[in-house]
Design a protein around this ligand. Structure first.
Ligand code: ADP
Ligand code: MG
Ligand code: MG
Length: 209
């Protein structure tokens, strides 16, 4: 279980990760998109980190909400609302609780995926971040049923997310800019799915510490 101090530290770690991965994510998006994904994620991360750092004594709910809202307001285009939804749904899943554990993470991530699918219209197999979200959510739900610890659950979920990213490689895109490339997108991994995998991996690493 993570309390609000831990959630604050976790969100700062997530922001630092996206700042560090800027070039790698930019390169992936440059191949089958327009190359701005790394800058976009880093810009959102910097803004959200500053807001989160400045908030003293927030609840788990407050910190996730602030991170999500800052992504929505800072990032134009689709990525703000899509990636922001993940944090806004994690925030809602913390309602009335002083800590976040496996159950709330699972519900928040599941509702985040539903929100992203509703907003963007993508389904699993469309070569988007949903291809990483779907296996992560399924893995988290199974871990919850199996009575796994939060640590075990996130480590299994990160593996599932990595496989989800690899599954995007042979696909033709149905959503996002890569769809214009048709079969030329085959052989390249999706940038947004990679970001989502790194998000889950970072949460898992924080929980191990
Ligand atoms: P943009 O495509 O506007 O330049 P980014 O480069 O930041 O935005 O993000 C690209 C990523 O967004 C893609 O790799 C894909 O994973 C994700 N994406 C694009 N469109 C959608 C959609 N409709 N639903 C879900 N994810 C999407
Ligand atoms: Mg792009
Ligand atoms: Mg763009």
């Amino acid at each position: 279980m993570l309390d609000s101090i831990h959630v604050k530290a976790l969100l700062i770690k997530i922001a630092d990760m996206f700042i560090e991965k800027q070039d790698e994510l930019a390169k992936l998006d440059a191949v089958i998109g327009d190359g701005d994904h790394g800058v976009t994620m880093a810009r959102g991360a910097k803004a959200a980190k500053a807001k989160v750092e400045a908030l003293e004594e927030g609840t788990c709910r407050d910190y996730f909400k602030l991170y999500g809202r800052t992504l929505v307001s800072t990032l134009g285009g689709a990525m703000g609302p899509l990636f922001g939804s993940i944090f806004l749904e994690l925030s809602k899943a913390c309602k009335g609780q002083e800590q976040i554990g496996l159950q709330a993470f699972t519900h928040g991530l599941k509702n985040g995926m539903t929100k992203v699918m509703d907003l963007g219209g993508a389904k699993p197999g469309d070569k988007t971040m949903v291809d990483a979200m779907d296996p992560v959510v399924l893995s988290m739900e199974k871990s919850l049923d199996d009575g796994k610890s939060l640590q075990e659950a996130l480590s299994l979920a990160a593996k599932a997310g990595e496989e989800g990213v690899n599954h995007t490689i042979p696909l033709i895109a149905k959503r996002g800019r890569s769809r214009y490339l048709q079969e030329k997108a085959i052989g390249h991994q999706d940038a947004g799915a990679t970001s989502y995998y790194y998000l889950i991996k970072t949460i898992g690493e924080y929980v191990q510490e």
